[in-house]
Design a protein around this ligand. Sequence first.
Ligand code: GLU
Length: 417
Amino acid sequence: MSYNPYDNVLATVEKAAELLGYAPEDYEAVKYPERELSVSVPVRMDDGGVRVFQGFRIQHSTVRGPAKGGIRYHQNVNKDEVKALAAWMTFKCAVVDIPYGGGKGGIVVDPSTLSIAELQRLTRRFTTMIAPIIGPDRDIPAPDVGTNAEVMGWVMDTYSMLNGHAIPAVVTGKPLQLGGSQGRGEATGRGVMLNTLYICEKLGIAIQNATVAVQGMGNVGSVSARLLYEQGAKVVAVSDVSGGIYKAEGLNIPAICQYLSKRGNLLSGYEEAGMTRINNEELLTSDVTVLIPAALENQIDAQNAGRIRAKVIVEGANGPTTIEADDILEKNGVVLVPDILANAGGVVVSYFEWVQNLQALEWEEQDVNDKLAKNMRKAFDSVYAIAEKKKTTLRMGAYLIALKRVVEATQFRGIWP
Ligand code: GLU
């Protein structure tokens, strides 16, 4: 049976609703995305030909505010994945208590196979095709896997051109020159680092004694690795699509990050004295204190969950753990800080960016980082406290808080008409 991440979402919601004592009508609406838009995006390629790319923008919920969430460019993007990612955004924004619903976009494309000019034309045409449903008070995109600040700049320009004036608040994660926020580029990794510190503190693990393995060295993985290295943790294993590397004494993370920024983002050619090459499975099951999956969904599943040796998992990616794996990890005493909390730093600073844009203000980086840390600490503590009280996992704790906020907002608004 093929894996459908949206089933994962529904199963988690059902479990949380039961623990909250909700009747089916209390949370019926949250089981369905409010609006799904599919688009076929024609692009003039550099060779003169035309290719048509499939794209989606799905708004899971706008109950607590405008939809919010990234745009993913990846060859395996599909509608069920985007639906799940949109729903996770709803719960993520609710758990950190920012005034947004959840949405997500995606295009089925391997961006590394397109030229910059083709990527720009694809982005501009896609933006035009989703323009009827996005906007600063409707749905605000941001970067995700395969997209970055430059792509967000094209989204901002295209939407602004269609409307005849600059509208920076339509998208977050923009270049600083276009109203991007200080600290946004690092924010997701910073949130992962903070959540790692908080959970280690709760478990009585000094960060200097912790070893870390990171799956995925994109924006989230590389910033998480670097910030944890700076906190004194020993990052012993990292990987990307080209494979992984391991060094028991700890890898030189700054050197790796520098290498990645220069060499087309692939680890495969990197060398360091004392390191060995490992595969993805070896990375996930390495004997470390903290495992940070920061790649894609469905990485820790029923097959490998029983072999995970990490004490703690901090989910940098969205949906890296299947629901079957969750049960195995819980039985084995592996503590897991869930995606909707652990990787929420990105959308929290996206919120700060949007707030700055709406007021035409610019905050300093320290100010942004302090506000982020304050938000993360509060969210982490409330999730930890409810999980303890209800004797459940941190994932369930996060969903109890998030679902309650979404359901109560729905009840106050009422089902119109
Ligand atoms: N794509 C990121 C996420 O999954 C950020 C979304 C945003 O900033 O809106 O949380």
